[in-house]
Design a protein around this ligand. Structure first.
Ligand code: SF4
Ligand code: MG
Length: 296
């Protein structure tokens, strides 16, 4: 299929796929993917401007529900695929999508290194606090002591807070959203994509099937837009870490932290300085016989 939308106004409808979602009724994924499509349209991007890398899980089942370039990887591997694509082709807008299982469990090291390297990609983490696709097992974001399908005695391990984790790893842009507020979510995705470096969005995602302990109503009582917090300074990393602690009664949404001064990965590499070409354009047949002779 070809797209010639360059001189036309793009709308969220341009990102619709003919494939019907199979998520449970009321699932937060509907709002998250709706926000994502609107965020792409707001930036007047076309489907061929965007690559999304997907994980395994309910969120990953969105892979054929949005009309952009897509790559579905192994569990926990959406981030390294996005990082590789960014290094090869910076003309694409690259988004890695994953869940609390894929990003905070199997793939947690990929999150750390994407942040350290400040790859210019956007990471969207759907956090429903369980492995939904496999019927509700615990993940690192499930509350401690919460009984789950494979741990009926209650979760033994301590809970991870993804925003604090990203901040401590040195993230240059961190936002927190809620699937019950699609409008704010759209604005956060736009802000994250506009950031020059690795942006991380943590989303509290409604999962009516397997998360009845912190459901939509539980969040609605606690969600506060961080812009309403008097004197909040989004450039203060330590203050941000304190503010989003789960021991606080509130759950703050919005842009939690931003550092506009950090250089993204490709701008830090000395031998790429001044080069305008993309790595993908430099792929060709090279004669390496001379190099190999050294080892004969
Ligand atoms: Fe959504 Fe939960 Fe159903 Fe998965 S199990 S589709 S996350 S409601
Ligand atoms: Mg999950």
């Amino acid at each position: 299929m070809s797209y010639n939308l360059r001189n036309k106004q793009v709308t969220a409808l341009n990102f619709n796929s003919p494939v019907k979602p199979t998520w449970c009724p009321g699932c937060g994924n509907f709002a998250i993917f709706g926000a994502l499509k609107s965020a792409l349209a707001d930036q007047n991007l076309t489907p061929t401007d965007v690559l999304i890398t997907f994980d395994i899980g309910c969120n990953g089942n969105g892979a054929d529900k949005i009309n952009v370039y897509g790559f579905k990887g192994l569990h926990g591997r959406s981030i390294p695929i996005a990082a590789g694509a960014y290094v090869a082709n910076r003309k694409l807008q690259i988004i890695a999508i994953g869940g609390d299982g894929g990003i905070m469990d199997e793939g947690i090291h990929h999150l750390i290194h994407a942040i350290r390297n400040n790859y210019d990609i956007t990471i969207i983490m759907h956090d429903n606090e369980n492995f939904g696709l496999t019927t509700g097992q615990e993940t690192p974001t499930t509350p401690k002591n919460q009984p789950m399908v494979a741990s009926p005695w209650g979760v033994i391990a301590e809970r991870l807070n993804p925003v604090q984790f990203a901040l401590i790893a040195g993230a240059t842009f961190v936002a927190q959203g809620f699937s019950g507020d699609q409008k704010q979510l759209k604005d956060l995705i736009v802000a994250a994509m506009q950031h020059n470096g690795c942006s991380f969005i943590h989303i509290f995602q409604h999962c009516p099937s397997y998360n009845k302990f912190e459901d939509q109503d539980w969040f609605k009582k606690r969600i506060v837009n961080i812009d309403k917090l008097n004197g909040y300074d989004r450039t203060n990393r330590i203050k941000a870490i304190e503010t989003v602690d789960y021991s606080n009664e509130k759950r703050y949404t919005g842009v939690i932290f931003e550092d506009k001064t950090a250089l993204p990965f490709m701008d830090r590499i000395p031998y790429r300085k001044g080069k305008k070409s993309l790595l993908k354009d430099e792929v060709r047949v090279y004669n390496i016989e001379e190099i190999l002779e050294e080892f004969v």
